[in-house]
Design a protein around this ligand. Sequence first.
Ligand code: AR6
Length: 175
Amino acid sequence: MAMDIKTGDITQEHVCAIVNAANSSCMGGGGVDGAIHRAGGPEILEACREIRRSLYPEGLPTGRAVATTAGKMPAKYVIHTVGPIWGRCGSEERCDRLLVDAYRNSLQEALRLGCDSVAFPAISTGIYGFPPERAAKVAYQTIRDFLKRHPEMEVVFVFHTEESRRIFEESIAGA
Ligand code: AR6
């Protein structure tokens, strides 16, 4: 199965699409979102504005995904998705389901774009507060299920720190 795990900066990944852990405004923010907009340049914000105007005037709903150019980054596209905010989903199970949606819809969008490689950050585990051990299991299972149906896709998980990578690897061990 083509799933790779790395530590580093997702903005530097040479893949067809990188996924952004955005918010529903789609207008940038902190964390990986800020890093992506900084590295890609203003073209990304311009494309996000157009998406808001034409498709999502009320904002991108949690769990959905949309693509823009990657601007100056090595990837071709950025797939913006909105992960759930831990503690604000109504229940923990609903937060899990919304995180599944974020991964699944991002993968679906990568397929639609004709991509054969996609890199993910650990969606929702930063500012949005999703427990990283729990998020790891959800992410891993969702990607594994997808790869069974689409073995041609290469998925890279990019962690920002060795510590977050270690938590992920320990959490999925035996899964
Ligand atoms: N490459 C890879 N991973 C990174 C990078 C990077 N350059 N920078 C940070 N991370 P977060 P969220 C990791 O907070 O929890 C933004 O303001 C980070 O260490 O970026 O989904 C948005 O606009 C963490 O493990 O995303 C939203 O408002 C992971 O990426 C909100 O934050 C996700 O952390 C979304 O929060």
